[in-house]
Design a protein around this ligand. Sequence first.
Ligand code: MG
Length: 392
Amino acid sequence: MRRGPLDAIRSVEAFVVSIPRDVPYLGPLRPGEGVNARGYIVRKGNRTIYPSRDMSVLVKVTGESGMVGWGETYGIVAPRAVTEIIDDVLGPVVLGRDPADAATIHEDLYDLMRVRGFWGGYYVDALAGVDIALWDLYGKRAGLPLSALLGGRRHETIPAYVSGLPKATLQERCDLAVEWTRKGFRGIKFAAAMSDDGVAREMAALREAVGPGIDLMVDLHWKYGAAGAIRLIRRLEAHDLYFAEAPCAPEDLEGQARVAAAIGTPLALGEELRTVFEYRPRFEAHAMSIIQPEMGHTGVTEFHRIGAMAHAFHVDTIPHATIGCGIFMAASLQAASTLQRLPYHEYQHSIFDRNLALARGDMACAQGFYTVPTGAGIGVEPADSVFDHVVR
Ligand code: MG
């Protein structure tokens, strides 16, 4: 029996959000680092550009019923590349479609630009924002949380690991790590790019500070060749390393696989990947034993498919969390809550805690655990105050 549409999409809108922050992402500026005329900082440690403000792109889809679904995607750098793709390409094609067909719409939108070589990057980021919004509206119309639409919620809470210790000195970073353990957090990740006194020394000092029983992770920010990464990670293993993240450049699939095979620590990667097509060769090469999908890049449809692929390869999922307003974070918690092999979800305290004031809903993170939102759809709505930060 062919049912009628649950709702039909009447409009798709995208907004650039820009929120000031006190301390730049990844910590205070280092010698030789400055904010350029466009408000960006190039970090020497990982050779990556970051905004001095927190920037994101919100997506609003409205159905014939007047009900609204919210999505969000990467707007960290050049956010108007994303809004232009939504306004000019994706939005008009979605009009009249039924949000209950969210996964089918995702496939149709993905196909639109294939022959021109756009199956990743900004194009798929834009698609992710629209996809989350469609799933949110679908859930709201159905009166069900996203987790139920994806097959069922397995976790009401998810362990959160503290990501990054944005302080200037090693002593301050050790003190901060101890502070987090006192708040009940059992996992802490440090950034090798910020370890001015040496990565091995930082690891040793952190282990000494927090003691045994705390999971310590390191983000290597794609900086090493395979041999150098293996040598470094083996030194860190002496201090009980929980996972090593992104040792080699994403293009160096063979290097990642070599490292994964040579170390006794789980290798984690995938925050920069967007689709099952980008993940599949890594699974086949056994290049990691933990994947870190980022909802802001994948959207709900691909996140769910990537999670199923990880399940088939006996690989754990520890989702990535980046700069945003809390909308794709809610979607990430919802989708992650359906996964069986989910040791942690990343926790960016300097972003998440502020976002709780920018988002309505019962999403939370305290005593080392996230609370997965319970409302329909993604379970979180942008608060009115977010729109004070929308820029034209
Ligand atoms: Mg990372």
